[in-house]
Design a protein around this ligand. Structure first.
Ligand code: ADP
Length: 505
């Protein structure tokens, strides 16, 4: 895998399957990564297409139905779906990335991307995403377009490599390689065994592909076992998930596939996330001229009636409010470190996020008590850009982080990350005190409350005590290349290797 970057792969037909893809449907980073990778591969000359479900609030304005309904055979009969075709926005001279949306009102026509509480226990999501995966094959037949590689993302698409080794291990799919990407091992698609009744697999096939795990269905595990090759979203995370601490019970399965597991750091979509041409922020800036960044900070302070002090450190955070992101360590009653930081330091703290109701409530109560804290309980892309541009620091105290996108957005916007040294955070940030002198952020000693507190205090001390060092760190981070260019080349090599393995089966 050490081929030089100018290596050029022959053009391939690549079909990506995902439950999320911006701008159609987004919960987290998966939605950003999938279309950005697809677009970059298209730029390299590959014919890349994407299959996603069409949810109730997926915009269908620019989507055209393709002729006739598509019947998808599952265990309990046929499901009739409509297919809408759209395209990812693209640069001139790049091949279009066609996006096919599978429409089935009963199964996908709801607001939530994933099942309502209790939905997964009823096995409903296994049917929904089992159908999505089967539809991907049926769609290829309808289009008479057969991919060299089917690239499945996270557990909702794990049935793709599983079908490739069972019901779809037939012409013309017997030469199609399955590549499976783990974006977050914490979500495995686990269901009661009865839910298998939805899938078009017989008991022998279920056993052969290893779908059962400790008396339950585990789609992620079987996807890992069936794919020709498995990738995850950073080299450090690829190592961590093979250890019990971060393996979520699958570290043994991942060790079994160790030689077929590749960690490739995600890129970011620099057409959307670049301060020099970002239309969503009030002023633009770059590493040569940071005046626009100060304007953005002033605009955010004004919007939230925070004192308009240029020299008070502003810390931003944009996150799903779940345990993984270290929210308990910030606001857990009695032990979270955020109240102490807000009380003891002259800082401003702005957090945007939705998620677990008890975290939402904890943050809202804290913001009520502390005038130097703002909490926005909403999902707002534009505000996310403003926070990235306006903040001096960006806090990511994650317990684990497969890749993380916000630290890379932050680095581009001259906003220094304060983050746990884990997964993709470890791979994209260099600590301020690193002997190389190439610091771009601040690692926490640990992700527990005292580790977060010390990390924030170290960053504030540098802000006030060593402004030249801080300024150099900002500019160093802004000049780094976080585009998908490098990652897309690595995925090309993975696809070629997966194809060789498929031919040999
Ligand atoms: P994860 O995928 O675990 O949620 P990432 O850092 O990889 O974490 O990606 C999160 C993405 O979702 C980023 O693009 C982030 O800006 C965005 N995001 C999360 N919450 C919100 C929100 N409330 N409003 C706007 N964007 C959000």
């Amino acid at each position: 895998m050490n081929t030089p970057i100018d290596f050029a792969a022959p053009p391939m037909r690549i079909l990506m399957i995902s439950s999320e893809a911006s701008p159609f449907a987004k919960v987290g980073g998966l939605a950003d990564a999938v279309p950005a990778l697809a677009a970059e591969l298209a730029r390299l000359g590959h014919d890349v297409r994407l299959v996603i479900p069409r949810y109730a609030d997926t915009d269908r304005d620019n989507a055209e139905p393709i002729a006739g309904p598509l019947g998808i055979r599952m265990a309990r009969g046929e499901y009739w779906t409509e297919i809408l075709e759209s395209c990812l926005p693209r640069e001139e001279q790049t091949l279009p990335v066609r996006v096919y949306m599978i429409e089935h009102l009963e199964l996908f026509g709801r607001d939530a991307i994933y099942a309502r509480p209790g939905g997964s226990e009823s096995g409903e999501d296994l049917l929904r995403f089992g159908l999505l995966c089967r539809a991907a094959f049926q769609l290829c037949r309808k289009l008479n377009w057969y991919p060299d590689v089917m690239h499945a993302h996270d557990w909702p698409a794990a049935l793709v490599p599983i079908y490739l080794k069972t019901v779809e291990n037939i012409r013309p799919f017997d030469e199609t390689a399955g590549v499976f990407s783990i974006h977050n091992l914490g979500y495995q698609g686990v269901f009661p065994l009865e839910a298998l009744r939805h899938l078009p697999l017989n008991p022998g096939e279920v056993e052969r592909v290893g779908l059962e795990y400790f008396g339950r269905v585990n789609t992620l595990k079987a996807g890992i076992l069936c794919a020709e090759l498995v990738t995850t979203v950073s080299p450090s995370y690829a190592r961590e998930i093979q250890q019990p601490e971060h393996g979520f019970g699958l570290d043994g399965v991942l060790r079994e596939r160790s030689s077929d597991l590749f960690g490739i750091l995600n890129g970011i979509d620099v057409t959307l996330w670049s301060p020099e041409n970002d239309e969503l922020i009030p002023a633009r800036f770059d590493a040569e001229d940071l005046r626009g960044k100060s304007e953005c900070k002033a605009a955010l302070q004004k919007r939230y009636h925070l004192p308009a002090h240029a020299d008070v450190p502003l810390i931003g955070m944009i996150t799903r409010l779940v345990d993984q992101k270290g929210i308990a360590e910030l606001v857990g009653p009695g032990y979270g470190c955020l109240p102490h930081l807000l009380r003891e330091h002259d800082l401003q703290f702005v957090i945007l996020g939705t998620g677990d109701p008890h975290y939402e409530q904890g943050l809202a109560e804290l913001a009520d008590r502390h005038p130097n804290m703002v909490y926005e309980r909403m999902f707002d892309e534009q505000l996310a850009h403003l926070i990235e541009a306006a903040s001096d620091f960006f806090l990511m105290p994650s317990r684990y982080e497969p890749c993380g996108l916000n630290q890379m957005y932050s680095l581009r916007y001259g906003t220094l990350p304060i983050a746990t040294a884990t997964g993709g955070l470890r791979d994209s940030i260099v600590d301020a005190d690193d002997p190389s002198g190439n610091g771009t952020g601040f690692f926490l000693d640990s992700s527990n409350p005292s580790g977060i507190q010390h990390g924030v205090e170290r960053a504030i001390a540098t802000y006030h005590g060593e402004p030249a060092k801080l300024d150099a760190m900002r500019r160093r981070g802004m000049r780094q290349d976080f585009s998908w260019r490098h990652a897309s080349r690595e995925y090309e090599r993975v696809y070629l290797r997966a194809l060789q393995l498929r031919m040999r089966q």
